[in-house]
Design a protein around this ligand. Structure first.
Ligand code: APR
Ligand code: PHB
Length: 391
């Protein structure tokens, strides 16, 4: 079998890339190690920037998104008993949207399959051959049998734990990595959101985030130690912590309900450079991950493949390979912008395990500096609502 572009991974990056290529008449195939029900129900991120929503709509995958997403004009920052709203719509004329990643994935799978783009589920890529030759191949396992696909190019969209990065020679890559001394306990709750906008709470006991999935389902996060076991967190302990970290006197109340999922996620900043070796391109989490405080993960995956699809289009339509050479550098500008913002939001809002009372006072002063100035709020809004799709 031969395709123009072999795509590894049916997450937001792989699925959007396949769609963009299909719209340009470029053939691809997606190999996904997990089953379709698994990827369609895996709870992940949930915030889309305006540019991401525009891309999903422009590629004809936004019908349900437009009906079901929750647009947000602003967010709130809570600290030291104070409550501050950052109105992005008013400051910069842009907003963000809540829509679960697995819902976006469901929509993108349906549109791709309906258009005849092949997606092989439970097909795990094992290794690549000839990545620096004219005709690379992907070796993969499907139904207990090892198979190969020959391609012109390979797109490694297989997430942080995928195999694509191994297709680079170790000496040809540099990794930039930072682990944080805390993680997030994320819960899903059958209860209306505590507030109609996202609440980012700085607290000496640790950060808390109140977000949502729908008018009847809340998504909440608590800062916890990095290797915490979710089983240490009884429902009572969780609610008690949310009550304390939200605080009193803001006119806000924690909306409790049945907890349907508890999971601890690690917090990490990671980038590998470059994102291309020969005919292998990395996109999305396979090349970089961000701590979720800035809500950038899914958005970066989409902006990477938007750049990559343009490079494939220039090559297949006009024989112009120059955008392949520019791919890595072009993506990395935006990625590092998002890395910086995600690191900044994380260090602004979390309590370090070794924090002195000085550090906490300093954070509160920084939060006041940001929220107390139009320039500060605008800087936050511009980054939160999303840097330009191409920089
Ligand atoms: N072969 C085939 N598929 C694989 C392999 C493999 N060897 N390894 C991993 N995969 C699949 C995973 O099962 C997953 O479905 O690749 C897909 C990668 O998808 P994501 O992890 O969602 O990565 P990406 O598309 O880059 O999207 C980034 O995901 O983790 C979130 O916060 C992150 O929102 C961000 C988004
Ligand atoms: C989410 O809704 O899951 C979410 C939103 C904003 C974040 C992180 C996660 O910063």
């Amino acid at each position: 079998m031969h395709v123009q572009v072999g795509i590894v991974g049916a997450g937001p990056a792989g699925l959007m890339l396949a769609r963009l290529l299909h719209l340009q008449g470029i053939s691809s195939i997606i190999l996904e190690s997990r089953s379709r029900p698994y990827v369609e129900t895996r709870v992940r991120a949930g915030l889309l920037e305006q540019g991401s929503v525009d891309l999903i709509n422009e590629t004809g995958m936004g019908d349900r998104l437009r009906r079901e997403c929750l647009p947000h004009d602003g967010i709130e920052l809570l600290f030291n008993g104070e409550r501050h709203r950052v109105n992005m719509q008013e400051l910069i004329g842009r907003r963000v949207y809540i829509y679960g990643q697995q819902e976006a994935v469901k929509d993108m799978i349906a549109v791709n399959l309906a258009a005849g783009v092949p997606i092989h589920f439970e097909a795990e890529a094992v290794a690549f051959e000839g990545v620096d030759s004219e005709r690379p191949t992907i070796r993969y396992r499907h139904g207990g049998v090892e198979k190969t696909i020959a391609c012109d190019y390979i797109a490694g969209c297989d997430g942080f734990h995928g195999v694509s990065r191994n297709g680079f020679p170790a000496s040809g890559r540099k990794d930039y990595d930072r682990a944080y001394p805390f993680g997030w306990l994320g819960i899903l709750v059958d209860a209306p959101p505590s507030h109609d906008e996202l609440l980012y709470c700085h607290h000496e006991r640790g950060f808390a985030l109140f977000t949502m999935r729908s008018p009847t389902v809340s998504r909440l996060y608590l800062q916890v130690p990095p290797d915490e076991d979710e089983n240490n967190w009884s429902d009572d302990r969780i609610w008690s912590e949310f009550h304390q970290r939200l605080g009193t006197g803001h006119g806000l109340k924690v909306s409790e309900g049945r907890i349907t999922q508890k999971v601890v996620v690690e917090m990490r900043s990671y980038v590998t450079e470059p994102m291309r070796f020969g005919r292998l391109f990395l996109a999305g989490d396979s090349a970089h991950i961000v701590p979720p405080t800035g809500a950038k993960g899914m958005n970066l995956a989409l902006s990477d493949v938007n750049v990559l699809a343009k490079a494939f289009t220039a090559f297949y339509k006009r024989g112009d390979a120059s955008l392949f050479d520019a791919y890595s550098e072009k993506c990395l500008r935006r990625i590092w912008g998002a890395q910086h913002f995600s690191w900044w939001m994380t260090s602004l809002l979390h309590t370090m395990p070794d924090a002195l009372s000085f550090d906490v006072r300093r954070q509160i002063a920084e939060l006041r500096t940001i929220t107390g100035s139009i320039a500060g709020q605008t800087l936050l809004a511009e980054n939160y609502a999303g840097l330009p799709m191409e920089m």
